[in-house]
Design a protein around this ligand. Sequence first.
Ligand code: ATP
Length: 660
Amino acid sequence: MAPDERARANGATQLDDRQAEPDIAQGPLATETRDGTAQSVTSARTEGGADTYQEAPVPAQKASGSPPAPPSTPRFHKRLGPADYTRTLGDMKRRLRANLAFVVLMTCATNILVLAVPIYLFQISDRVFTSRSTDTLVMLTIVIGGAIVVQTLLDAVRRLVLMRSAVDVAARLGAPVLSAAAQASLHSNGREYQVLGDLGALRSFLVSGTLLSFLDVPFAPIFVLAVFLIHPHLGTIVVVTALLLMIFAWINQRITSDGFRRANIAQTKANLHLESMSRNSQIINAMAMIPEAVAIWGRDTAASLRAQTEAQDRNVFTASASRMFRLFTQIGMLGWGAYLALDGQLTGGMVIAASIVAGRALAPIEGAIEGWNSFLLARGAYDRVGHLLAGAKSRNDKLRLPKVEGRLDVERLLYVPQGTKHVVLNALTFSLAPGDQLAIIGNSGAGKTTLGKMLVGSILPTSGAVRLDLMDIRNWDPRQFGECIGYLPQDVQLFPGTIKQNIARMREDASDAEIHRAAALADVHEMIASLPQGYETVVAADGSPLSGGQKQRIGLARAFFGDPKFVVLDEPNSNLDTAGDAALVRALGHAKANGITVVVVTQKPSLLSAVDKIMLLADGNIAMFGWRDQMLAELERRKRPQAEQVQQRPGAAPLQGAPA
Ligand SMILES: Nc1ncnc2c1ncn2[C@@H]1O[C@H](COP(=O)(O)OP(=O)(O)OP(=O)(O)O)[C@@H](O)[C@H]1O
């Protein structure tokens, strides 16, 4: 099917959908669909039908028959290329495994060389004492000295490799984890950002002594075998002790894991609370909420500390018990070894050598027991990192539209927040042509902000689609989409940095001309120029030294940066004075002149005179939608006393949400 035909077919479906649309039909206009008022709104749509309901959404260039515009590379667009976080994690695992294989090799060599000291003792008691040869002693000492040097070097090398592996993990996974956390935070309260801390925990584990103990554990059987070779009785003592230590490790894990898990959960809650305290520090101070805020943090921290202490107590108990058993083993080895020596079955040197080798066999097992908790924490951290990356949507190298026009099509947009049955937006369908300016009005809670967020893709619909230039915004190259749109949220937050950086969306490659153009489009150049440091004014994390209105106007300039084709402004004048209001109206004029499609959520009537179309949202439904003048007339008419309306048109329901 040719694109034109497909577009027309889409348009036809839209029309059919609209005819069957329950929300519009059931809205305040439902009772009026047969009277003149309804017709006036419908005909307003028809007049504007080329871009709203009636006509097929034919791309402008096709409709006009003009040749397609030559592909041009938008100035700021940088193709991000494909990104597959699962593959990133897989690559990282492969690199880590290769490094660990090398470390295991080094560990193998160091563990064999560790046997040098007991062998030395063995040789001294068996050879030197019997032969009384100084030369043998010197030779033995030189060889053993060399072995110790090599062992020390190899041990250092394995630690260095582990350290670099840890840095490698942090460096390679840091950006993907942060990107995945930012992506995942779209659907939550932003707790995914904490996974970056998990990456830190993982890095710490990789350089910890616990990991070395774990790596040493597989060599314990070699040492046990060596003790067996010295004397089976001594070997048996070591094996029994090793088994006991493992039982202790198992018990330790069973009795501490729940406590440590609870401690972690409580600590995470305390950290989240701390974060929100730092964000709301002014409110907390102004309203003397410090004791309450501290108490909430204290409760979670105390719960964490309590659970941690409980688990640590048990951990200390099992660790002490296992250490005691190890000491008993040493005593047992020496005592039983002495008995065997008295019996003539062993020499004194062999007994001491056996004791050293036994110590070497049991040390990693004990280390693993002591470090079991940090191993569990690291494993939890690794699981969370893996889960986050596996859950992140892979970014494919997507088609980039050569020329963006700013046509908006919203199709049966439904939003029911996860875990609720509340229909916030109920199958909304409407369209805007490039350069159209739409004001969304409606009562508080009608769904205006939610719709605004959905139009810029910051929340995803339960079903339905938002299309920009006919393409579902989920299918856009995210970077190109971000550059083609502007968004001013209701609660404007600026980044710590200069005004210049904020307008330029923190880009380093933005030219002064582009920043000035955005400021001019938003009509804020004069306001910025009046600041003592102008564009170089440094804004703190809390937005100081700018006033609420100034922040809002800088946010407006940020929305207009980079010549966007579609801009959503959510109550852009909530903090503005009369002059700011006038500047905003001028900004809408500039946007109109530049063919920028604008959707503005507003409660104030002053902006309504500046837009082309008005939509009235009521409880997530489009109650009215049409050209400005007809909509204003209709809204005005509905403001008349209800009694009068009832007299004129019996059955008409009073309209909620009309601006005063
Ligand atoms: N994630 C969510 N979970 C539950 N309810 C939600 C969620 N998001 C929005 N809502 C609900 O949807 C309704 C619409 O909210 P929205 O913020 O869009 O209203 P609004 O029209 O912008 O209001 P206001 O003019 O006061 O800003 C509200 O009742 C709100 O509680």
